[in-house]
Design a protein around this ligand. Sequence first.
Ligand code: GH3
Ligand code: MG
Ligand code: MG
Ligand code: MG
Length: 323
Amino acid sequence: LREREESGRRVGVDTAGVARLKGSGGRVLVVDDNALQAAKVAQELALEHRPLIEADPMAALDAARGPVDLMIINVTSDGFDGLRLIAQARSKEPTRRLPILALVDSQDRPRLLKALELGANDLLTRPVDPEELSARVRTQVRRKRYGDFLREKLDHSLEMAVTDALTGLHNRRYMSNQLQPLVARTNRGGEPVAVLVLDIDHFKAVNDGFGHDAGDEVLREFSVRLATNVRAVDLPCRFGGEEFVVVMPGTTLEDAHRIAERIRRDVGAAPFRVMDGKAHLNITVSVGVAATMGAEDTPEALLKRADEGVYEAKASGRNKVVA
Ligand code: GH3
Ligand code: MG
Ligand code: MG
Ligand code: MG
């Protein structure tokens, strides 16, 4: 009875300090309603890891969505179905890839095999041998850490591949990838797509007069004003140099023109503060606007028309929007 009462409680063993000392400590969720067995396992783990005991499988599944590196699940419990818990953890994110050790009786071949079949990464047999526990847990925690590391690196690389390093806006590659399917959808009878091409006026004079770093600061501040003046659905990108593009899904030429005008005004409204306030520069921008026409339009043709707008704006005195 006492064991049952205890089992309902969640017992956290505070070993964060020890784990940090050793560097590689994992957060290990021990899912077991056998309180004595769970406490023994946790105590053993606490030498190197941060164990947490959970007697209830639903609460465990919930906890496993948090910062956990490994679950040890008792699959021989009378109180809950450990095999079912493995299946549930494997069936959806974010526990799909979470390492699982199944705690099982070595003679219980059917459950042992079932646990592996459902996706347990390894087994622990009862009674638990401390050295075996330590070795198997360490292997799983290492694997998990390395997997997390690779995934983070991959996410970062993917992000970098579509981001402009100077401004944090999307880059030209990303813009092209997004524009292609949008124009294709328009051609199948979908809503229109508009683009803006923006080119900062006399930008070379900024570099020549105040240095390349001041030029970079202008590009960053310009990006902020650009991004804050478009809608959430719009995609502001740095096309290269001092040239920017905004892709506007579901936008008519008239609406795009209005937004372009708003951007042009905001850029010219207040000087750009650069070099820690040592200089305040009046910046203007020329903008070309185009929207999809007919069913045969292409991203290249669309951008070319917007580019012609920029050329016209430059030729007629700059600081203008031309559709
Ligand atoms: P216009 O009004 O006709 O557009 O004149 P402009 O001076 O803006 O145009 P131009 O194409 O002659 O000059 C663009 C300059 O932008 C030249 C180039 O050195 C500079 N530039 C391109 N990329 C960067 C960058 O990343 N940082 C800085 N600081 N300057 C850049
Ligand atoms: Mg240019
Ligand atoms: Mg130019
Ligand atoms: Mg320019």
